[in-house]
Write a new protein. Structure first.
Lengths: 252, 509
């Protein structure tokens, strides 16, 4: 079953240019779908429509076969993991308590919560003693790993990732990208990942979608993108050719 | 400083009571302000358009001087009047602003990404508030509570003006006695209290900073148990002993002594329990309190009642003034009892030595010699309609130079030390005895009468006829000389009004 479907979705705010315009897309289970595009192209809006932080003006968004309008928003969000660039770890909770937020909201038993926290720390490659640390004591990369662990805690079938590695230095970013591939190979979630870094898209994506002006202008497997004729896509691809690797020079 | 410590040592019991009352006032009002202000702040933080009008209103409330606020509330039913309840209302209003503001700041200051993460994780608004927003806003809220509590310690001193008790009583007593020792006796503990409250809450604030959640549970428990303790104690204090006769007084020495005399007389003669609400901040506050049933009886002066309470033109006819005031009081359900026996009017004073050497007895006598003399008058006496201008006209008084304007209290010393030769003072001022001054007779009856007379609620006298008998039994018992002597004992010798009253009643029984 497809984890997320967009059917002719329109979204905008009154008096401003439309953010999404007849947007249509289907993301399958176990698939990593990477959305690329310049800032303002509507990538983040796509994610927020999945966990119903936003509702479409027209058209329909279906998650696991059911329209987001029909989902109870609380249930929907607890079954969709969400990782953002700023991480948004709760500074007044330890690493373990941050990871345990959704399981506790779901009233899991203490033993089950503790076991899940241990399991996830191991999965993201943090030693067990990190459980008691405060977010303020972690490095940027460690914080982002905890953010991923928190999103995975209740084992959601869908994972949304908004520039998850964008705030990290290039070396840490590559390391985490590698770990993400390892984790995904193990878990096989349906993932929608947003980035404006074409190199990242090509490393992580099973499929890539290129957005521009609220529309999906190209969609296909990473290798195929090199053959695309569209100048807007070519410009994005040019940023990862060996001599003009903008991502390395301009870290966000 | 030594004298302040002596004062504390000799008033230990009273000091403890006043500190206790002060702490309770601040604790209860701060807790109430938290209970109202935090939800209000949360509400406003969710609606940015509401937040700024909220803060404007709270700011306006804050700028009303606290004494004026007590005045506004006097005639308001249920929450107004005099006593601890009205004081608490005012203190809560003052505490609201910092608490509402800090709650708004604390909640709106949370990073957007943190709130968004909470929402995206499927937290309900209630879960978001309890698990994320409140814990993160807590240090800011506690900082606001700190401000509210410290401001409360200061404002609570003013609450003594409406008989709510607390350390302000020493400050008001000191001001009325022009005695800085007594002012300091109240001001120093109030300042220490403010520092303690500030320090205690700062400790709590540090404990509750976001990174120390587990340990902070103990701090919350400590704070909660302290709060519960204060509430329990407050129940004991706020319960007005039912059936007690409540005696009031204004906030100067003579009134405190009179209040004690009335209270002790009722206690002795009737055996009824008496509650003292002495030191109320002025004529109008006493009048409102009597009207509203917050007090049952206090001593008023006929001339003051005529002009200040009933807004009639001043009159010099003693019997007519008494009759008019009695009738006006009767119209509003109050009974003017027989006079205590002295007239606290303006007194034209000269040095005792001059009076004896020149055989001066009346103001007519002195008018012959004043062209060579200098006079010193308080500002009020120079201005008021029954003051200097009329006096000069009535007696044909002239002085060597225009009268000097000086502080009323200082003018007694200026006369004694020879800087001026004639002043207008208070007929019962203790200093008249203390400095050997002589009061000239107002033989042309220029000054309106200010006979000291108890005034009581008619319903109280109806219910307790024995109280009426006791108050009537005081008729004519106190002479101007008695009152001067008692004022002198309090002002110059720092004796306790209750002791002075007891001694007087035993001596004249």
């Amino acid at each position: 079953m497809d984890v997320a479907e967009f059917h002719g979705v329109h979204f905008g705010y009154p008096g401003r240019a439309r953010i999404l315009d007849s947007f249509t897309l289907t993301v399958g289970a176990h698939e990593v779908f990477v959305l690329v595009g310049t800032s303002g192209s509507g990538k983040t809006t796509v994610l927020k429509l999945v966990n119903r932080l936003l509702l479409p003006d027209a058209g329909e968004v279906r998650v696991q076969g059911r329209s987001t309008r029909e989902w109870d928003p609380i249930r929907l969000r607890r079954s969709v993991g969400y990782v953002i660039q700023e991480v948004g770890l709760f500074p007044h909770l330890t690493v373990a308590d941050n990871i345990a937020v959704i399981p506790r909201l779901e009233r899991w038993s203490d033993d089950r919560v503790a076991a899940r926290v241990r399991e996830l720390l191991e999965l993201i490659g943090l030693a067990p003693e990190y459980a008691g640390r405060w977010p303020g004591e972690l490095s940027g990369g460690q914080r982002q790993r905890v953010g991923v662990a928190r999103a995975l805690a209740a084992d959601p079938p869908v994972l949304l990732m908004d520039e998850p590695f964008g705030a990290l230095d290039p070396i840490t970013r590559r390391q985490l990208q590698g770990e993400f591939r390892r984790i995904q190979a193990h878990l096989g979630k349906g993932v929608i990942l947003v980035t404006h870094d074409m190199a990242e898209a090509m490393v992580l994506g099973d499929r890539i979608g290129v957005m521009d002006g609220g529309r999906l202008i190209w969609c296909g497997p990473p290798r195929a993108i090199l053959d695309c004729e569209d100048p807007r896509v070519r410009q994005l691809v040019a940023s990862v050719t060996p001599f003009g690797s903008r991502t390395e020079v301009e870290p966000d | 400083m030594i004298t302040v410590i002596d004062y504390w040592l000799s008033h230990g019991q009273e000091l403890a009571t006043l500190v206790g009352e002060h702490v309770l006032l601040v604790a209860i009002s701060t807790m109430a302000a938290v209970a109202i202000g935090v939800p209000l702040g949360i509400f406003a933080a969710r609606r940015p358009r509401l937040a700024s009008p909220f803060l404007v209103v709270a700011n306006v409330v804050q700028t009303v001087p606290s004494l004026a606020m007590f005045g506004f509330l006097l005639p308001v039913p249920l929450i107004g009047g005099v006593g601890a309840r009205a004081a608490l209302v005012v203190l809560v209003l003052y505490g609201l602003l910092p608490i509402v503001r800090s709650t708004i700041v604390g909640i709106t200051g949370i990073e957007a990404s943190i709130r968004e993460a909470g929402i995206a994780m499927g937290m309900t608004p209630r879960e978001l508030l309890r698990q994320i927003e409140l814990p993160l806003a807590l240090p800011s809220i506690i900082a606001g509570i700190r401000v509210a509590a410290v401001v409360g310690v200061g404002s609570a001193t003013i609450a003594a003006a409406i008989g709510a008790g607390g350390l302000g009583q020493y400050i008001y007593r000191g001001l009325s006695m022009v005695d800085s020792t007594v002012i300091l006796a109240g001001a120093i503990p109030a300042a220490l209290l403010a520092l303690t409250v500030d320090g205690g809450l700062l400790w709590l604030e540090r404990r509750l900073s976001p990174r120390r959640r587990t340990r902070s549970r103990a701090a919350v428990a400590v704070a909660a148990s302290l709060a519960i303790l204060a509430l329990l104690a407050s129940a004991a204090v706020s319960a007005r002993s039912s059936g007690a006769i409540v005696v009031g007084s204004k906030n100067f020495t003579e009134q405190l002594i009179l209040g004690e005399i009335v209270a002790q007389t009722i206690e002795r003669e009737t055996g009824l329990p008496v509650q003292r609400r002495l030191n109320l901040g002025g004529t109008l506050i006493c009048d409102r309190a009597l009207l509203g049933g917050d007090i049952d009886v206090y001593v008023e002066y006929t001339g003051t009642a005529l002009t200040a309470i009933f807004h009639q033109r001043p009159s010099t006819d003693r019997a007519a003034v008494m009759a008019t005031v009695r009738a006006l009081y009767a119209d509003s359900g109050r009974t003017l009892l027989p006079g205590l026996g002295y007239d606290n009017t303006f007194a034209i004073l000269v040095r005792g030595a001059d009076a004896r050497a020149r055989g001066l007895r009346t103001i007519d006598d002195v008018a012959r010699v004043t062209p060579e003399w200098r006079a010193g008058f308080g500002y009020e006496f120079l201005e008021r309609p029954d003051g200097y201008a009329g006096l000069a006209r009535t007696y044909g008084l002239a002085f060597r130079s225009p009268p000097q304007v000086m502080d009323l209290t200082l003018s007694y010393r200026a006369l004694a030390s020879g800087q001026v030769d004639l002043i207008a003072g208070d007929a019962t001022a203790g200093l008249i005895t203390g400095l050997d001054l002589f009061q000239l007779e107002d033989n042309r009856h220029y000054f309106p009468p200010y006979d000291a007379v108890p005034v009581a609620r008619a319903s109280t006298l109806l219910r307790y006829p024995q109280v009426r008998r006791a108050l009537e039994g005081m008729a004519g018992r106190i002479s101007a000389a008695d009152m001067r002597e008692m004022n002198d004992a309090a002002d110059a010798r720092h004796e306790n009004p209750a002791d002075i009253a007891r001694r007087f009643l035993e001596r004249t029984r």
